[in-house]
Design a protein around this ligand. Structure first.
Ligand code: URA
Length: 437
């Protein structure tokens, strides 16, 4: 079919044959399809949707539009598993989870992204560590995965190149919020890293990428079924993002927290509860354990023995960071010139947090990007963020702001106060793990 014929069929609500979708996606990767045609196709899919078979075809075609990693030659003595999240605020899960499951015998070749909108990016956080190189050669990436069990790096140009063009056009044609397009975009990239299994963390709540709980649920279902049918067994967890997951948001501040968590300092915190749930799923998907109890025992052991922390330290060292980062992180992580507590204007119990607003405030402090070519300030953000249900007053601040100037700190103070709703009623946080697909 000519591209315009395929677009016409989708425009008129016809289901497309898999081979036509493949040819179109290959045409996107080869530059034979124009941006205008990509835009029209995306809008037709946005408006008319796709059935399950079409989404599987779009996903596999996106995956196969560039290099698909092969791990056979490395003879890894364990399963290759990864986790992907739709992103959020204070979501440092990947940084703890990757090394932790690696310490349990999994191999985790994690391709991560930069901050998107109000959400933080794992890659930006890692770049707070001086020398950390998230763009090793493919051969070096393989070596680090083999020797350390985990390597968290950035997306290279040759991985799912069709998505790179498609996503760029969607971004400027109001066609991002489409379940079929999001499913194929996320999975096309993830499945190109040659995984045995994938665990997906789909967020729900005011800091989530999807606008409503129903849409988050629909996306989780779509991702789990499409990925599994595309040949990569996948479980999707629906988890709460209605307040910052860790008590901090930013880049260096989240690395600091990661180190504390890997040292086992806060095993029952909300972020560790979610990380543990995802780790259990990964160990079970990789058949490294027979059941949940065995997974929990293994995770406990590798955390308390220091094996998980050691895997993180080794990854940092192997990718160019300081050899003694774990021991002397304070001398490596830059700190902001202005660090001050944000007290509430009146005391009260936190009822709700507009989590998206917290994320946007971090972006405005300089911790994220307003334009995609902007440099970010790794030092800034919030730490010690109080939780829903906690009482805040002139002793317990809402958070501590880390800013590059007094003016920036004052602006963030106003934004954080506005993002938090206080009251006198007791309040409980949303359930952390809301569903599994
Ligand atoms: N993240 C992606 O990679 N793709 C989407 O379409 C949305 C979020």
């Amino acid at each position: 079919l000519l591209p315009q014929e395929l677009i016409r069929l989708k425009r008129d609500g016809v289901s497309l044959p898999a081979r036509e979708i493949q040819a179109f996606v290959q045409g996107i990767a080869d530059d034979r399809i124009s941006d205008a045609q990509i835009g029209a196709f995306s809008m037709a899919v946005f408006l008319n949707g796709m059935n399950h078979e079409e989404i599987v075809a779009l996903t596999t075609a996106t995956r196969d539009s560039g290099q698909v990693m092969q791990w056979d030659a490395l003879n890894l003595p364990g399963p290759i598993i990864d986790k992907h999240s739709t992103g959020g605020v204070g979501d440092l899960v990947s940084l703890v989870l990757g090394p932790w499951v690696a310490a349990c015998g999994a191999f985790v070749p994690m391709i991560s992204g930069r901050g998107l909108g109000h959400t933080g990016g794992t890659l930006d956080k890692l770049e707070s560590i001086p020398g950390y190189n998230p763009y090793p050669t493919p051969a070096r990436f393989g070596e680090v995965v083999k020797t350390t069990g985990v390597a968290i790096i950035g997306q290279t140009g040759n991985l799912a190149p069709a998505d790179k063009r498609l996503y760029g056009v969607r971004d400027v044609t109001a066609t991002v919020e489409s379940i079929p397009l999001i499913t194929a975009s996320i999975l096309g990239k993830k499945l190109a890293s040659g995984l045995d299994a994938l665990v997906m963390d789909v967020k729900v709540g005011s800091g989530a990428f999807m606008p409503t709980p129903e849409k988050s649920r629909e996306l989780a279902k779509s991702i789990a079924t499409v990925a599994t049918q595309a040949g990569t067994p996948t479980t999707a967890l629906l988890t709460d993002m209605s307040q910052p997951l860790a008590p901090c948001a930013g880049n260096a501040v989240e690395i600091n927290e990661t180190l504390a968590l890997l040292r086992g300092e806060r095993p029952h915190s909300r972020v560790m509860q979610i990380t543990r749930e995802l780790a259990v799923e990964m160990l079970m998907a990789g058949k490294l354990v027979a059941n949940r109890e065995e997974a929990l025992t293994k995770l406990e052991k590798t955390l308390t023995s220091g094996a998980a922390a050691e895997a993180f330290a080794r990854m940092v060292r192997e990718l160019g960071g300081p050899a003694d980062f774990m021991e002397h992180s304070d001398s490596y992580l830059a700190t902001a010139p202005v660090i001050q507590a944000i007290y509430p204007e009146q005391s009260g119990i936190i009822q709700r947090i507009d989590n998206r607003a917290v994320g946007m405030s971090v972006v405005e402090l300089g911790g994220g990007r307003l334009r995609n070519d902007a440099r970010i300030d790794h030092r800034v953000g919030f730490s010690e963020i109080a939780e829903v249900g906690e009482r805040v007053d002139n002793q317990r601040p809402l958070a501590v702001v880390h800013a590059c100037s007094e003016d920036a700190a004052a602006q963030a103070t106003g934004q954080l106060r506005a993002a938090v709703t206080l009251g006198e009623a007791a309040a409980t946080a949303e359930t952390l793990l809301q569903d599994t697909f």
